[in-house]
Design a protein around this ligand. Structure first.
Ligand SMILES: [Cu+2]
Length: 158
């Protein structure tokens, strides 16, 4: 509705103004100014319509790649583990050699990711912080939260 009003004001009002002003004003210089003013308004209206057309054009389909299962720059797959409700979700992850796991703490409480063999050893993760590790050797990596040792998870690398 606002758009229609805008278009009306930009297109129709200047044209009406132009007619009355050119009829009323015999001074050529002033009429010429009016013409200039109206044409610039028409250009603005046209530009606005073009922008509107672009904005209304069907947008490209959104990328189907899930952010949590995207691809890192070296094209190795990334598995996401959320830390929420004092749990690793999912607690068990199966990946292949060369793939990366990214842990994201979604709790307000701080957590860590620590495996007994020290392969995994994150800093204290505040809410929103992430820790990632790219696994280069096959095996099963059990890990816990160093602050809450009852929180357990594992990564199996094939
Ligand atoms: Cu914890």
């Amino acid at each position: 509705m606002l758009v229609l009003i805008f278009v009306y004001k930009c297109l129709l009002v200047p044209i009406a103004d132009f007619r009355t002003k050119t009829l009323n004003k015999l001074n050529f210089g002033k009429s010429f100014e009016v013409v200039l003013m109206n044409s610039s308004r028409l250009i603005i209206a046209f530009a606005f319509l073009m922008i509107l057309a672009v904005a209304c054009a069907p947008s490209q389909p959104e990328q189907t790649t899930d952010k949590t299962i995207g691809r890192s720059e070296d094209s190795g797959k990334v598995a996401a583990v959320a830390i929420k409700g004092f749990k690793f979700v999912p607690a068990e992850v199966n990946i292949k050699v060369g793939e990366t796991v990214v842990w994201t703490n979604e709790d307000t409480a701080p957590h860590t990711v620590e495996s007994s063999d020290d392969t995994l050893r994150s800093d204290e993760l505040a809410k929103g912080d992430t820790y990632s590790y790219t696994f280069t050797k096959a095996g099963k990596y059990d890990y816990i939260c160093g602050i809450h040792p009852s929180m357990k998870g594992s990564v199996t690398v094939q």
